[in-house]
Design a protein around this ligand. Sequence first.
Ligand code: FMN
Length: 374
Amino acid sequence: MELSNLFSSGNIGSVQIKNRIVRSATFSHMAEKYGYIGESFLKMYEELAQGGTGLIITEATAVDPGGTGGPYQLCLYEDSHMSGHKKLVNLIHEYDNTKIAIQIQHSGRLGDHPKYPTIAPSPVPYKETGITPKELTSKEVEQYIEKFVNTGLRAYECGYDMVQLHAAHGYLLNNFISPYTNIRNDEYGGSTQNRVKILKDIYNKIRDEVDKNFPIIIKFQSQDFIPNGITEGEGIEIAKILSDIGFEAIEPSGGTRESLYFTKNSLPSRSIKKEEDENYFLPFAKKIKPFLTNSALILVGGIRNPLTAEKILQEGYVDFISLCRPLIYEPDLPNRWRNGDLSPAKCISCNSCFVTMDKGPIYCVTKQNLEKRN
Ligand SMILES: Cc1cc2nc3c(=O)[nH]c(=O)nc-3n(C[C@H](O)[C@H](O)[C@H](O)COP(=O)(O)O)c2cc1C
């Protein structure tokens, strides 16, 4: 078979994934009001499982009501959210050994909740909204750590196969690890080790309470593309620290909406005009792979061609490949490839899905326009 690596099983910690295809976390705006799981939400995830993805990572799930990006973001900050998550996990597990991870997140400095203050490690104004966040006290940092831990433990109880911390794209955990947004003087600021301490504390506190076979994984900011932010060199150092902490898998990403003020095409979801634009975090992944003795490496960002993905896996540069926008257009893409149609993903990386996100459930505008025309 031409895609024998892509469709071989692989492990994250001791959890076996049936193939090397991960669905990268994707905010869907499909939860019911206040973050509950309803029928349309379940249907969207069921389609992904039917489509052959090995590991589905949910969308960013709020650990605190003040950390949401609106009332329709998925939440798991209180027990009342749990029954929906249990339904989701059970549904996905019915499909041919598909695994599901939950991504947990707080919007941090990017928050603009009408009822709750915007919070961050330091009061560095956010360029897009002009909001200066409230600086957390050391005691409050500990309270936010507990919020992540409690959501992680709820996820464990709901039966998720693993939990992913969202420490990228300008949200709270990214704010802590970045020297641009963290200018604290306490144990959570200063050196790289200090800025990463919040991730270590969350990891250890969840690890203490769960089975050793439950992976705790992370999506992290390898580069901010902002002056005084995380550079590639520091990103490599952070990756090493994360692996030493014990994170069972690492998915490097980078950029925020704010980085566009400084660096062209630096969004986490970049535009891709030509083949050379694809797989844009591969050069970084290659640099960290030799250090990741304990952690699986998940490559995200512009993966579109199954033959290239196969080669990347075959060369041993990464352990898994992760897709977001292609699966919005084609939730059955893994099965299409497995069944021998090796044409690249139909997604043209136009980011039309982003534009739909603010108003309602996300969808691919390009696909819809094509369908209307035919
Ligand atoms: C509509 C949309 C929603 C996204 N939501 C999330 C999210 O909730 N959490 C996250 O870590 N990344 C999120 N991302 C970023 C993707 O997971 C991914 O890192 C990025 O799009 C690059 O992968 P791709 O080229 O396969 O799309 C989102 C991207 C898009 C387009």
